[in-house]
Design a protein around this ligand. Structure first.
Ligand SMILES: Cc1ncc(COP(=O)(O)O)c(C=O)c1O
Length: 387
């Protein structure tokens, strides 16, 4: 124990100041900025966050249930609306059961710390989201990171990593920062061959892909090969939280042993009520996802990019460059944000443009023009600085 506590606190203050200065000089300092301008960066892909049905159901549920849940689901925090929305979500995903968590981050921690045990091995894509990485870190299983979207490399690792434990494979179905799709059919075949349960994070796919909009698991026809999926509810579903969907026994085990479920206050019940509405809208208004994919294709074609996904990365490399282009677009009225390490690998700072179904064709064309002009100006300025 230090003799003088205030001196020690001073040392910590100095360290924090040094760290913050380091972030500033590396172009890695972040600021909290509320939305302004035309939305090209939120995850409200289907526009459900402002949907009147969701808002009215949520308001009615607050009236009836109150603002907070008052306890863990296993204590006084349980409500009928949680069970109702979980049944509805399981039906949507065509799984036996589902379980609602207060965030996707917690859902991923729960899945990865509850099912894999000591002696098991988790095979994780190198581009997986921070919540999956942290789940793997917290788990007692061993971890093997495999190259992004590379089923051949994964197969070699599955074959060569020894041990009697259970092998798990964990991937995102649509990667959050690159907007590219995982080769799900190949992974499903590998997981069958090596008897490895497949865990799929559908954060950016649920609500959008597949005939019924339930995600890429549906679209690629691999439902029977997936052990559990994690489906965030704060993105296309427009609210907050996440559903883990899977078999009766997987969900029952999470309720019994999933620490982020057991040891955390249940979400406000009104969120569950709003999510029931969200599932109804996704079923009744398929034109929202059709419009989203049409607009995404329009922007991608205009920028000369392949693919159809609503996440369009413009990789600029340098942190300062990404910040400068984002700033210029913001000044022109477009809400685009720069994404820098550690969210993306070093040297791949980018604009993560996300399309939503409410954007008009004209607005998207104007945005593409502004983007091209901003990138050109930035390149010219950089060339002038380093002749
Ligand atoms: C792929 C992926 N998984 C999980 C999460 C975490 O979800 P949540 O924001 O609900 O915590 C996110 C986004 O934040 C994500 O992009």
């Amino acid at each position: 124990m230090p003799a003088d506590k205030s001196l020690d606190a001073g040392r910590l203050e100095a360290r924090l100041a040094e760290r913050l200065a380091g972030l500033r000089s590396a172009g890695l300092y972040r600021s909290l900025c509320p939305p302004t301008g035309i939305d090209l960066c939120s995850n409200d892909y289907l526009g459900l966050a402002q949907h009147p049905l969701l808002k009215s159901r949520m308001a009615a549920a607050v009236d009836q249930e109150g603002a907070g849940s008052t306890g863990s689901r296993l204590l006084r925090g349980e409500r009928n609306c949680f069970a109702r929305v979980e049944r509805a979500f399981a039906a949507f995903k065509r799984t036996e059961r589902s379980l609602y968590f207060s965030s996707g981050y917690l859902a991923n921690l729960a899945v990865l710390t509850t099912f894999p045990e000591a002696g098991d091995v988790i095979f994780s894509d190198e581009r997986n989201h921070a919540s999956l990485i942290d789940g793997v870190r917290l788990s007692r299983a061993e971890k093997v990171v495999f190259p992004h979207n590379d089923p051949e490399a994964l197969e070699l690792l599955l074959r060569d990593v020894a041990g009697n434990g259970q092998k798990f494979v964990v991937v995102e179905s649509l990667f959050s920062m690159d907007g590219d799709e995982a080769p799900l059919a190949e992974y499903a075949a590998l997981c069958r061959k090596y008897r490895a349960p497949l865990i799929v994070d559908e954060a950016h796919a649920v609500g959008i892909y597949g005939e019924r909009g339930s995600g890429l698991i549906e679209a690629r026809g691999i439902a029977s090969d997936v052990f559990v999926s994690v489906n965030t509810a704060g993105k296309a579903l427009g609210v907050a939280g996440a559903f883990v969907a899977g078999s009766e026994s997987a969900i029952e085990y999470l309720i019994q042993r999933g620490r982020p479920f057991v040891f955390s206050t249940a979400p406000p019940p009104a969120l569950a009520a709003a999510l029931e509405a969200s599932l109804e809208v996704i079923e009744k208004e398929p034109e929202r996802r059709q419009r989203l994919l049409a607009r995404s294709t329009q922007l991608r074609t205009r920028l000369g990019l392949n693919g159809i996904s609503q996440i369009v990365p413009m990789i600029l490399g340098d942190n300062e460059r990404a910040l400068a282009v984002a700033k210029e677009l913001q000044m022109a009225g477009f809400d685009v944000r720069a994404i820098r390490p550690p969210t993306v690998p070093e040297g791949t700072a980018r604009l993560r443009i996300s399309v939503n179904q409410g954007l008009s064709k004209i607005a998207l064309d104007r945005f593409a023009e502004a983007l091209e002009a901003a990138m050109k100006r930035e390149t010219a300025m950089k060339a002038a600085q380093n002749p």
